[in-house]
Design a protein around this ligand. Structure first.
Ligand code: NCD
Length: 305
């Protein structure tokens, strides 16, 4: 693997190998000293041009747990403010001697451009509404830990599919790993065309609720225009919110996932967010493990260490 930019077209063997390594790193994370020397001497640059809590901090934690050094770029206080281009910024950071870049940017395809310009391994930490591959890996790991396999699972992804890079990555990863995926959203929050997506779609959440093994709840992406396409928050919650009443109708063994940040009271009720069947914090822990696996594979770490 040279880069980790998308989940589309990534084969089953590659996904399995990343998740298997993530299982091993999950075990490392739970040791008394949760650190291994696998990437000693390597430096990872965090290039986050969009806000992030989980993704940025967990890449940081993952790199450090592998003994890599981390340099972080902060757009708000950088020379971007003076008009420096993305390309010059990337070449500047490369010239400091980094070995890999993690990139989050509002523009679709940004991580591909950074890979071309830098000629370094690049991990896409989210490009606009397009892809977020490590999110799909951590979601897949969470499902695999809980159910043993994704084979045969029915998963509903609910909410602002249209603006969601998480949905675009999860759809590929989940189905490649053997699950069936249904997108649940008002027509205005579905992509204009689902041709080529490995999923079915419906606007009737209650119709699929009692049949699924997992409900994946998405935030309404107001910053990408998501909130302007339905009449009111109350109406959205009524039809598409993961409410306490809907929680009661899930199969007893079904789980709820959310990529974070959760906006309680809109897409998810507080009672659901705090329910033990809501795996949002397990997802965060697994985020560190899968990012360790991705950095390890891209930087050619040695298993003997
Ligand atoms: C998501 C993102 O930024 O794409 N968050 C994340 O990475 N955990 C989803 C979101 O912001 O709603």
């Amino acid at each position: 693997m040279k880069n980790l930019l998308t989940m589309e077209g990534v084969d089953r063997a590659t996904l399995d190998s990343l998740l298997d390594d993530a299982d091993e790193f999950y075990e490392v994370m739970h040791r008394p000293i949760p650190k291994v020397p696998a990437l000693r001497g390597k430096a990872v640059a965090m290039m986050f041009f969009e806000p992030s809590t989980r993704t940025k901090m967990s890449f940081d934690a993952a790199a450090k747990a592998l003994s890599a050094d981390v340099v972080s770029f902060s757009p708000g206080t950088s020379s971007l403010k003076k008009g420096e281009s993305l390309k010059d910024t990337v070449l500047t950071v490369k010239a400091m001697g980094v070995d890999l870049m993690v990139v989050r940017h509002k523009s679709t395809g940004a991580a591909w451009r950074v890979a071309e310009w830098s000629r370094l391994p690049v991990v896409n930490g989210g490009d606009g509404a397009h892809q977020h591959p490590t999110q799909a890996l951590l979601d897949s790991l969470t499902l695999r830990q809980h159910f043993g396999t994704l084979e045969g699972l029915r998963i509903a992804i609910v909410g602002d599919i249209r603006h969601s890079r998480v949905a675009r990555s999860d759809a590929w990863a989940f189905t490649t790993l053997g699950a069936e995926v249904t997108m649940v959203a008002p027509p205005t929050l579905l992509p204009p065309d689902l041709t080529g997506w490995p999923v079915t779609a419906t606007s009737n959440f209650d119709e699929v609720l009692s049949e699924v093994d997992a409900v994946y709840v998405l935030r309404v992406q107001a910053e990408r225009g998501g909130a302007s396409v339905f009449p009111s928050v109350a109406e959205y919650r009524e039809r598409f919110g993961m409410t306490d009443a809907r929680m009661a109708r899930l199969k007893p063994e079904a789980i709820v996932l959310h990529p974070g940040p959760m906006i309680r009271g809109i897409e998810i009720d507080a009672g659901v967010a705090d329910d033990p069947r809501c795996k949002v914090l397990e997802q965060v822990t697994n985020g560190v493990a899968v990012r360790m696996a991705a950095l390890f594979q891209l930087l050619g770490g040695s298993r003997d260490e």
